[in-house]
Design a binder for this molecule. Sequence first.
Ligand code: SF4
Length: 359
Amino acid sequence: MSGHSTSRRERNAHPIPNALASNRHQNPDTQPPDIHLIPDTQAPDWHGRPYYSLDAWCKNTLHRKCYKIALNAHMTCPNRDGSKGTRGCIFCSAGGSGEFAVSTTGKSVPEQLAEGEALLSRKTALPRDIPCIIAYFQAYTNTYAPVEYLEQVFSRALSSPRVCGISIATRPDCLPEDVLVLLSSLKDRFPEKFLWVELGLQTIHESTARFIRRGYDLHCFEDAYGRLQALGIPVILHVILGLPGESRAQMLETMAYVDRLRPFGIKLQLLHVLQGTDLAEHYAKGEFQVLEREAYLDLVADCLERLSPEIVIHRVTGDGPRRILIAPLWSADKHSVLNGLHRRLKERGSVQGCRRALT
Ligand code: SF4
């Protein structure tokens, strides 16, 4: 199972369309929006939410609730090991954005999964004998290792009877041919499970990408995205809202670009300032401000309104660990942010996709 249920998405599963390049710098704010308050008669069931959440996708596709366990497979990142840089992206914490992984102390993937399941079982009654765990390879760059090692860690996770699929967070410049062949073969070996790849896009604007030291350009991203699409591997894009120097119009340009790409999913992440990062130094010097709560809610609503109703929304807030979070502190209360977002969309009478620029 590749994780997709719609034939329309299959028709869109092709390498990067050339049209993207020419549309890349369109500013949606300067074009008359095409407003459809009823987004799409063929939109999937959102289970009462104003957008297509991951929870709704799991219910629609797997007919069950699923739970994510974040893992640390003990890899590193070319932005940290000296290959491209040593200080990482300016917002990245020492844990490689993987502080929620159940273990950072050398435990194997099966051990971490067992630990994660035990933690989950204390909070909720996990269904017995039903695969309901998404093994999320989160920390650092999870395809940045010899292919033999990757084969071992991914197939171990996929072999776990409780795991319904894996999600692999990585960089587009860390998907060489042998890794793509491996991912494709794993997809074939475990047809009853899904395999997703999460790519850090963050922004389409090269000046911002250079400032945050992303370490690859948009062409590199598009090449990797096209290769994954060609293999039928669903891709989840990470986009950061509130990056220093980016205007609302620029962020909406990134949304319009993502909408045209039509990935399987997107994570909208609020920029967090974390202790020990270079971003924290810029913040301490007063060089930029983080988003206020109300502005963020409006911005996320703006973004959702511009995304196809078929794109699965995997995240609408940040995921900064509280113990090293410097700002914005309001983001630590995720429930309040989610409730606020639902209220804001209701007030605006809008839902995901209602202000898309049609292509
Ligand atoms: S690519 Fe990911 S792990 Fe590497 S420095 Fe950037 S955010 Fe951190």
